[in-house]
Design a protein around this ligand. Sequence first.
Ligand SMILES: [Zn+2]
Length: 342
Amino acid sequence: MRRPIEQLPKAHLHLHFTGSMRHSTLIELAAKHGVHLPHALVEEWPPKLRATDERGWFRFQRLYDIARSVLQTPDDLYRLLRETAEDERAAGAGWLEIQVDPSGYASRFGGLTATLELILDAAQVAEAATGVGIGVMVAANRTKHPLDAKTLARLAVQYAGRGVVSFGLNNDERRGRALDFEGAFRIARRADLLLAPHGGELSGPRSVRECLDMLQADRIGHGVRAVEDPVLVERLAAQEVTLEVCPTSNVSLGVVDELEEVPLRRLFDAGVPVALGADDPLLFGPRLAEQYHIAREVFGFSDAELAELARMSIRASGAPEARKKEMLAGVDAWLAAPPARS
Ligand SMILES: [Zn+2]
């Protein structure tokens, strides 16, 4: 007797823009714009990836870049966000934080500012159509120059309170250390944006500590390799820094070999706040609800524990307070309702 996961209100805090696209939409847009897709994105989808070495990460990035190249017109961006919001609603998400580096799209959409404005408008339209609240996380690329990150931070700050809720840092952790981006994060922090850099995915505990010490992170994208350092785990729990844990991504990118090795249970039991995320369903397959199913099936989370995971995702989100309150009440109602017979 278990409650339906799709009806549990939750927030999705780790989802990349192109990576959120439906696979069927990728195929359609590629045909429409005459973009040739490699086998790995068509017949052999989802592609077999292994990003724990430089070559594997390069291949992942290359596939991601090809997928991004099918987004050519403003209509494509509106479609992507509307469909993503529909999928989030189906998974029970009342809030979505979509992560985007506008510089990856700027050449096609009239520069950084015009691109971000387009994405913010598309997010608003998708929110109105689906009821899913959408906040945008502007994310810098750690393989580029730290000055580019500062430019993005200033742009994000201009739109704080107007759709942008958080600031992130992504791409290969082994290239570009967190400390190089201190200046950009200081700019974002002054505008009270939530700070959510990637760390502790491809690199070990040191990368997580740098996110805490240098960037004052509120949340960490992945962070799963923090478990290699028990003192760090205690610190994450004590400071209530949320880890955005994405189990299927960890397996797809070879961070762990099997789902069982994702340290979800260990982190949760140690009191570290965890928000489950899908990362890039376009390349990995599973979306948000599947992550909660994995918590239940693979890690034995009870309904009460699943409800706590949902609460942690909501509390760590950039959602407006009224929406947080409403969603948290929804979690309590979900848990209070008798489970369905199965
Ligand atoms: Zn990510």
